[in-house]
Every structure is written in C-alpha cells, then in structure tokens.
Write a protein that binds this ligand. Structure first.
Ligand SMILES: Nc1nc2c(c(=O)[nH]1)N=C([C@H](O)[C@@H](O)CO)CN2
Length: 117
C-alpha cells in the first residue's frame, strides 16, 4: 500500500483539560500516514494526481487551531475525519504527541487508524 507521510507536524494551540492549559499555547507533534496510490503521480510527474503534503499540513494546522480542544484524542479524530472526508484518503494513521505534558516523559501521545484500503 502506497502512502504519503507527514512527520512531526508542529501545531501550537490551546490544548488540555486543566484551566491553566486553557490560558496558554502548547505544541503538538503530528505524524500522519495516509494511504494514497502514488503510481499515477509517480509515472506522470503530474502534481494534480498527488496528495499534496503541503496542502494537507496547512489544512490540519488550520483545523486544529480553530478552537480550544481538551483531549489529544479529539485532535486525532478530527484530523482523521478531515483527511478522509476532504482529501479522499481511504486509510489513515494519526499519531498525536504532546511533548512536555508529563515531565518525566519525553512525550506522551495517542495513535489511531481509521478507514481501510
Ligand atoms: N489520554 C489522555 N490523557 C490526558 C490528556 C489527554 O489529552 N489524553 N490530557 C491531559 C492533560 O491535558 C495533560 O496533558 C496536562 O499535562 C492529561 N491526560
């Protein structure tokens, strides 16, 4: 299965369950694995057939920063839903990491897979 990948997409936004978290911006790092048939763009060298990682990245940043969110699970679900409904991705793996959320851990996070190929 071909994929288009985005690694460590940094999103600075209001995220968290505690009152103090709602007053600040924190960073999230997103890894996205998106099923996409890369044969056509690869054989034609035609951007119109490609899943544009730049367009996807901008849209996900816009989506996640549009309002405060409490749970990183919500970020993962919103992201997966957007990729499937707006970009026609049939299967996606979304990992959302929250660096610094637990002082004794480098990062904590969640990972989901949605759809099927
Ligand atoms: N499974 C989750 N657990 C926790 C979350 C979360 O989004 N998903 N969030 C918090 C707090 O916001 C935390 O990040 C503050 O440091 C706690 N647990």
């Amino acid at each position: 299965m071909d994929r288009v990948l985005i690694r460590e997409l940094r999103i600075d936004t209001v995220i968290g369950i505690y009152d103090w978290e709602k007053q600040i911006h924190q960073s999230l790092l997103l890894d996205l694995d998106m099923a996409w048939d890369n044969r056509l763009p690869g054989s034609t060298d035609d951007y119109r057939h490609a899943l544009c990682y730049e367009t996807v990245s901008k849209r996900i940043v816009e989506l996640v920063t549009a309002q405060p969110i409490e749970l990183i699970e919500t970020v993962a679900e919103m992201t997966a839903n957007c990729l499937m409904t707006e970009f026609g991705v049939l299967w996606v793996k979304v990992r959302v990491m929250k660096p610094g959320a637990v002082p004794s851990a480098t990062a904590v996070g969640v990972e989901i897979e949605r759809g099927h190929c």
